[in-house]
Design a protein around this ligand. Sequence first.
Ligand code: SF4
Length: 193
Amino acid sequence: MNGPSELNWDNLENGVRNCRRCVLGSQRLNSVLGRGSRTATLMFVGEGPGRQEDEQGLPFVGAAGQLLDTALESLSFDPADYYIANVVKCRPPMNRTPLPEEAAACLNYLRAQFALIKPRIIVCLGSVAHTNLVSSEETITRARGKWIQKKDVWFLSTYHPAALLRDETKKLPFWQDLKLAKQKLDEIKNGQI
Ligand code: SF4
């Protein structure tokens, strides 16, 4: 968040809705803050809204989102345990990758979401989230499936579900990574870590 306003959900929603900090703000239909439990233990972070997300104002509601939802349901994730957001809150034109300066302009909103939700696990979906939240040194193919702990937050990176729609061979590693996330979530909920 910018400026002196108190950190709360109302201020965050208003800030994002009215934001023009980067060029994406002038081209969106709707900003897309996130969906899911605001007391979640785990946050998924993707790249940015696509066409359907822009139309509905919700993240991961298109084909990639349905794939993610199906996988989470199959692995018995409880919706009370997770929240889904993106690095940028407005749709890049033609679904292009957000530019580094757009991600940099928007990251304070994601940080505000982290501060409000206080997740213990953050799963980066795809290279944009991985680069901005974990490291820019490894490709997502090399970095995926490895836990990195920063303070008391566990980070895990995996493929963006949209990549699975283009390349079937990514489905198995994606599934394995989500299983790792579920295991860690269960350990945290059971007080084991
Ligand atoms: S993408 Fe983020 S920084 Fe850019 S206008 Fe939208 S909310 Fe603001």
